[in-house]
Design a protein around this ligand. Structure first.
Ligand code: TRP
Length: 335
């Protein structure tokens, strides 16, 4: 067991697909299980910068929560909570904003990307940029620093945000007294990008994805839709250019992966048979979680209860951190 504190934030983007599972969820579950102190939260206030549809936000939040629970987050060990249930985070964001240079926000990739998009469309650079998006890195720093996180697993696009959180912790600690731990990022492995049904990168926006949670028949239909070339079963095939094998290699045991590879290389493995094996592996991985997911979604009060417990745990830490930060700047500490 690793004695450090690990924190993972997830945006509520609805039900995951198997590429999200392999790239982000599965590694985060493993990290959470390996660390003594782990926090996992749903970044619902971050989502509000882009989602202004209350029922969509509610649904996305429940789906994400049900997904992590169904896939095996242990809420007894990991504090699993909604960001919006921890008011201390938002006060901390205000404190951090008093030591954060505006220039840092101007340099944020996320804000620059929004400006670039506007420039391309010949619009005002700040069109549709709200202050929430602009100061997003400050709120994210508060998420991280409130829990005194040592390590934050993220994808490449989020690395700068973690560096900013570290910068802000440093500004504060140097200006006042050391209150915050300096967090580090842990880069999620590259190369876990899965191909979708059509061979392009798996993405909801291409509509070529395989959802994690689906009933058997629907999953079967999707797997049968995976695009292949027209090679005959007996022809040798390159497994590394083959969507079925690529997917299979993330879900089957090592010896089975190896035997599919050999069978493709030597000839004798047809696409139909390979799809059947893939389907079996997906069923084995996702059948139970799908049932659990459906149970959670059918009774969301169970999700509310679990998240409330997680929030209680996380608030204790956040309260302590905020109280120290208040005292450090000359405000009254919390009781
Ligand atoms: N910005 C992250 C994303 O887009 C989500 C997030 C919000 C987060 N706060 C965080 C991730 C704190 C790690 C730590 O995916």
């Amino acid at each position: 067991m690793i004695g450090k504190t690990i924190l993972t934030g997830v945006k509520p983007t609805g039900a995951p697909h198997i590429g999200n599972y392999v790239g982000a969820i599965r590694p985060a579950l493993a990290l959470s299980a390996a660390h003594e102190n782990s926090y996992l939260f749903i970044a619902d206030y971050h989502a509000l910068n882009a989602v202004h549809d209350p029922s969509a936000l509610r649904k996305d939040n429940y789906q994400v929560a049900a997904a992590w629970l169904a896939l095996g987050i242990d809420p007894e060990r990991t504090a699993f909570y909604r960001q919006s249930d921890i008011p201390e985070i938002f006060e901390l964001a205000t404190l951090l904003s008093t030591v954060t240079p505006k220039g840092l926000m101007d340099r944020a990739h996320s804000y620059k990307a929004a400006m670039d998009k506007n420039r391309e469309a010949n619009r005002d650079v700040d069109a549709d940029v709200n202050m929430g998006l602009y100061t997003y890195p400050i709120l994210m720093a508060a998420d991280i620093l409130a829990m005194q996180s040592d390590m934050v697993p993220v994808g490449k696009d989020q690395v700068q945000h973690i560096e900013f959180a570290r910068d802000m912790a440093g500004y504060f600690n140097n200006t006042f007294t050391p209150v915050f731990k300096l967090p580090k990022h842990q880069l999620e492995k590259e190369g876990s990008l899965l191909p979708g049904l059509d061979g392009r990168k798996m993405s909801k926006s291409y509509n070529n994805h395989i959802p994690v949670f689906m009933d058997k028949n629907a999953r079967k239909k999707l797997v049968m839709k995976i695009v292949t070339d027209s090679k005959l079963p007996e022809e040798p095939k390159n497994p590394d250019e083959n969507t079925i094998f690529q997917l299979y290699s993330h879900f089957a045991d090592a010896d089975k992966i190896n035997s599919m590879r050999k069978a493709f290389e030597n000839g004798g493995m047809g696409y139909g048979d390979a799809k059947k094996l893939l389907l079996e592996a997906l069923e084995k991985t996702f059948e139970n979680p799908t049932q659990l997911y459906n149970e959670y979604m059918a009774d969301t009060s169970r999700i509310d209860d679990l998240l409330a417990k997680g929030a209680e745990k996380a608030r204790k830490t956040a309260h302590e951190t905020l109280s120290k930060a208040r005292e450090a700047v000359g405000l009254k500490p919390l009781r």
